[in-house]
Design a protein around this ligand. Structure first.
Ligand code: CP
Ligand code: NVA
Length: 308
């Protein structure tokens, strides 16, 4: 079953194919009304169930719009409104969903919940974010960097500043698969799981731990960060203290390459992980990055449904 649970198990060819398809579909529908279907409407008659155990703006919107543009439709539900919220098992929910829809997206907390759903589902399951990873986001990020640079991502040097969280862990996987250099500037208490870097390096990616943020940003082509307090994190005050030296400031961007791209998956906490002058500045691509979620998701859905 072609589940989209994490980037690493997909391998380099599949992720390249997905990003190429995302670029191609974005270019092909330039100027079209946002809700109009692509010419080929390849998912005509197909339905996505999109399930959220945590809040979302971009993931929810981009999955719904992706299905609409591909000629299919989406049903979005919050687990709090479902029987799963009051005790129906994940396994039974997986079997039921498989009888109704063609593909399922889940945003949840514990990654094992996603794996249990995928294990029992007879249709592809997509990871819309867990506490461990956010693979859909990272394919949109790769796409955004390629658009900005007008070149494949392979030669870009990325600097991640801040928390070694779910988004960071998927980025490490991408570094291995696409073969780019990633500098991790994270306080040791919030390091990502070292297994991600080990797997990326086994693939030939270059993951460098550079604790000094200015050093990490030096000459980088991409500077990327995320919230210091992810959904479900309980230690907000401790995090704000430990992570404050990793704020993306104008000084950090000045250390990066002159045409460096600033990325943030959003939502941003302005004045915490990034200052206004950077997120609203000329190097920021955060709203292209948000838009690219829809293009990337379309390609992911097509890959899952055997149409790529
Ligand atoms: N970046 C992202 O996944 O945003 P949402 O939480 O709004 O879906
Ligand atoms: N790391 C953030 C990403 C939100 C899209 C979180 O998990 O809350």
């Amino acid at each position: 079953m072609p589940h989209f649970l994490d980037l690493e198990p997909l391998g380099p060819e599949a992720v390249r194919k997905i990003v190429d398809e995302a670029h191609r579909r974005k270019a092909a529908r330039a100027g079209r009304p946002k809700g109009g279907a692509d010419d080929d409407a390849p998912l005509d008659g197909h339905v996505l169930a999109s399930i959220f155990e945590k809040t979302s703006t971009r993931t929810r919107l981009s999955f719904e719009m992706a299905m609409r543009q591909l000629g299919g439709s989406a049903i979005t539900m919050a687990t709090g409104d479902m029987q799963i919220g009051i005790g129906e098992t994940i396994e039974d929910t997986a079997r039921v969903l498989s009888r109704f829809v063609d593909v399922v997206q889940l945003r949840t907390d514990r990654h094992d919940k996603l794996l249990r759903l995928a294990e029992k589902a007879d249709v592809p399951v997509i990871n819309g974010l867990t506490d461990d990873s956010h693979p859909c986001q990272i394919l949109a990020d790769v796409m955004t960097v390629e658009e900005r640079r007008g070149a494949p991502v392979e030669t870009a040097v990325w600097a991640w500043l801040g928390d070694g969280n779910n988004v960071c862990q998927s980025l490490i996987e991408a570094a291995g698969l696409f073969g780019f250099t990633l500098r991790l500037s994270v306080p040791a208490a919030y390091d990502p799981d070292p297994a991600y870097a080990a797997a990326a390096e086994a693939r030939g990616g270059k993951i460098d731990v550079v604790r000094n943020p200015l050093e990490a940003a030096h000459g980088a082509d991409v500077v990327v960060t995320d919230t210091w307090v992810s959904m479900g994190d309980k230690d907000r005050n401790r995090r704000l203290v430990a992570l404050s030296p990793y704020q993306v400031t104008e000084e950090v961007m000045a250390a990066a390459a002159p045409d460096a791209t600033f990325l943030h998956c959003l939502p941003a906490h302005r004045g915490e992980e990034v200052v206004d002058a950077v997120i609203d500045g000329p190097n920021s691509a955060v709203f292209d990055e948000a838009e690219n979620r829809v293009h990337a998701q379309k390609a992911i859905l097509l890959w899952c449904l055997g149409k790529l």
